[in-house]
Design a protein around this ligand. Structure first.
Ligand SMILES: Cc1ncc(COP(=O)(O)O)c(C=O)c1O
Length: 386
């Protein structure tokens, strides 16, 4: 596939381009924010949708066994995790599953643990459910985010649920086996339910292996995933939970029925099967393209000493340490939006320890990245926010 091709997404009701005004107040910026790719999805997925659309009736549908088989097989071949079809629970999306888990496995005022900086909707969900945000701050050491274990142990005591992000957005961190094991042990000791959002787990970079927390000896785990990020189909796919423990699963299924009843779209199962079974060529092509984009942008960013890129181990988001610019988050936003004309996510939205950082989405045609790099050069030429 030709990922160099720039497909106009303007006027497709697309958040990344068509909501520039509401997000940034201006339209004339390169949007490198919301976490989707500017690329066409796998041809097998398009083909599967076309085939289904040929049949013009879109009445109520259910998932056939082949849908669950595709997920089960994917987990076995890609993640060495044996699951049964019964252990897969379809949900509307990750956000709704997180909401259900908070609602049914904690009470008002209970603590919910997160590791910041973090994908903002987790914190928002905790607050919306009137739970208490218990924050364990990740520590940036020699360019890599690490867990402060003493802090994590203390915070786990205050929490009912740990909303885990694995791999981690925005830092791009893929958690190592020892880390996963220790987090699981600490949560187990403290009776903390782990809700593990693994939506970026199918996008690990070359030498990094995603470890399934569900593979450990801990019954208190809900894993959430969907083909959304891997196959760039976030607006047309449902998500699913994997829950091995029968009792926990039954409670969760009841919670979904009560708070977020799920309606399968008739296209869903065909999309999932085509994604997991017939898209390997697209995956290897897009991964090569993304790896080259990453190499390019990392090399270029080195030329701007005020900005340091945190090396991502998964996904297509680059977390940029811009503290060398000595600007508060408002001034940083002003610089990026009005001087550089670049639309990135402001780090402060990911928590206080995201202050001074920006998140850049590099899943774009190379020509857009080249243009973005060109605009970033303005910084090394002595840009100011005024
Ligand atoms: C960590 C993480 N979880 C969940 C989502 C969104 O998932 P959904 O649309 O299924 O709620 C995203 C999207 O950026 C994400 O980065």
């Amino acid at each position: 596939m030709n990922f160099d091709e720039s497909i106009s997404r303007n006027e497709t009701n697309c958040v990344k381009y068509d909501e520039r005004i509401s997000k940034f107040g201006v339209n004339d910026i390169l949007p490198l924010w919301v976490a989707d790719m500017d690329f066409a999805t796998s041809p097998a997925i398009i083909e599967a949708m076309k085939n289904r659309i040929e049949h013009p009736v879109f009445g109520y549908s259910f998932y056939a066994t082949a849908y669950f088989d595709a997920i089960q097989n994917w987990y076995w071949t890609k993640h060495d995790l044996r699951i049964s079809n019964e252990q897969i629970v379809p949900v509307n999306n990750i956000a709704s599953a997180v909401a259900v888990a908070i609602e049914i496995f904690s009470d008002t005022g209970d603590g919910v643990l997160i590791q910041t900086p973090l994908y903002p909707p987790f914190r928002e969900a905790i607050i919306r459910h009137e739970r208490v945000v218990v924050e364990s701050k990740l520590v940036l050491k020699d360019g890599k985010y690490e867990i402060d274990w003493e802090d994590f142990k203390l915070k786990a005591r205050e929490a009912k649920i740990f909303l885990f992000c694995s791999p981690h957005n925005p830092t791009g961190r893929v958690w190592r086996r020892e880390e996963i094991e220790l987090m699981s042990e600490i949560c187990k000791e403290n009776g903390v339910l782990i809700v593990s959002d693994e939506i970026h787990s199918d996008l690990t970079h070359d030498k990094y292996k995603h470890i399934q927390i569900a593979s450990l000896n801990n019954k208190n785990i809900i894993t959430l995933n969907s083909p959304a990020k891997r196959f760039n189909i976030p607006s047309i796919i449902n998500a699913y939970a994997i829950i091995k423990d029968d009792n926990l699963r039954e409670q969760f299924i009841n919670g979904v029925a009560k708070y977020s009843p799920h309606t399968p779209s008739p296209l869903m199962q065909y999309i999932t099967i085509a994604a997991y079974e017939d898209s390997s060529k697209w995956i290897s092509d897009v991964d090569k393209y993304l790896a080259n984009n990453l190499k390019y942008i990392l090399d270029e960013i080195k030329k701007t000493p005020q900005i340091k890129a945190i090396m991502p181990e998964a996904s297509f988001l680059l977390w940029l340490d811009c503290r060398g610019l000595n600007m508060n988050s408002d001034n940083l936003a002003h610089l990026f939006i009005h001087k550089l004309k670049l639309g990135l996510n402001n780090g402060i939205d990911f928590g206080n320890n995201g202050d001074g950082f920006m998140r850049l989405n590099y899943a774009v045609p190379r020509s857009i990245l080249v243009e973005a790099v060109d605009r970033l050069k303005f910084i090394s030429k002595g840009a100011s926010c005024h």
